[in-house]
Design a protein around this ligand. Structure first.
Ligand code: 9MG
Length: 270
């Protein structure tokens, strides 16, 4: 899953798709489309388009801003590329508009907990990724060192199991669900590595696992590398996740991630 961030402030690739607007962030649709095209050429089967930064400390944007950033990109990708489009959003209005514009997956870091989100997905045929997060993006890493979990693995697992059960009781079939432990979302580096080490445990839910470790601080903290030098560390973590059953890898670096997927496939089928 290649990432196209239509935000001025994402931690890794923010502002790269910006064009000159009068005092405000304006997205360059051609740049976004070229980015998506290159990722598909490198092997991506999903493109995740997001208009709200979820990096630690990020402020929320209005629904209208999110719509203005995301929908033109989804429409352009739908017209030009044969790829599954994922909309990275927690807003019911953006979910509906994204689905109407061709998104087949909703990637919700708030696991459909926003009022109206469950109904928006239920009324469609779209799949949804339910992610675990403790706190909110604006505050989640402020107190991460004091963030307490009895057992991070059990708590994240119980949360995801409850969300899966709730969605299926509300009429969103299990076959439409993905789960994600939410690396970096209200977790210390140690929590993240405990989750990575025990990722196979989440397979017990019998729902495909999506993960996102690309260029995150859990890679930077142990390698001492700045954001744009975290490729090798991200691929190493990806390889461990694949070996533990991860099915979809959300990444900024599709070509290198595809190599890890191919090596893991050859290893698994040897
Ligand atoms: C939007 N976003 C940022 N990081 C993410 C992650 O790890 N998983 C998912 N599903 N979405 C993410």
């Amino acid at each position: 899953m290649g990432i196209v961030n239509a935000t001025p402030d994402s931690f890794s690739d923010g502002a790269e798709l910006q064009t000159l607007g009068a005092n405000s962030f304006k997205i360059d649709i051609d740049k976004a489309l070229s980015r998506a095209e290159a990722m598909v050429a490198d092997g991506a089967t999903f493109i995740d388009v997001g208009g709200e930064s979820t990096r630690p400390g990020a402020a929320r944007v209005t629904e209208q801003e999110e719509l203005d950033r995301v929908i033109p990109i989804i429409e352009a990708i739908r017209l030009r590329l044969d790829v599954c489009i994922s909309a990275d959003t927690s807003s019911p209005r953006v979910m509906e508009a994204a689905i109407n514009s061709g998104a087949e997956l909703i990637n919700d870091v708030r696991a459909l907990l926003t009022p109206g989100a469950m109904e928006a997905v239920k009324a469609s045929k779209a799949a949804v990724c339910l992610m675990h997060m403790q706190g909110t993006p604006s505050s989640m890493q402020e107190n991460a060192s004091q963030t307490s979990y009895g057992s991070v693995v059990e708590e994240v697992y119980d949360f995801l199991r409850e969300r899966v059960e709730h969605c299926s009781s509300q009429g969103i079939e299990r076959s439409r669900l993905l789960i994600d432990p939410g690396f970096g979302f209200g977790k210390t580096v140690r929590h993240n590595y405990l989750l990575l080490k025990r990722l196979a445990y989440f397979s017990e839910l019998e729902i495909p696992i999506l993960i996102g470790v690309s260029r995150k601080s859990m890679i930077g903290e142990v390698t001492g590398r700045v954001v744009d030098q975290r490729l090798a560390g991200s691929v190493a973590a990806t390889t461990l996740a694949l070996a533990s059953g991860a099915m979809i890898i959300r990444t900024h670096d599709v070509a290198a991630t595809m190599d890890a997927i191919r090596v893991n496939s050859a290893y698994s089928s040897a």
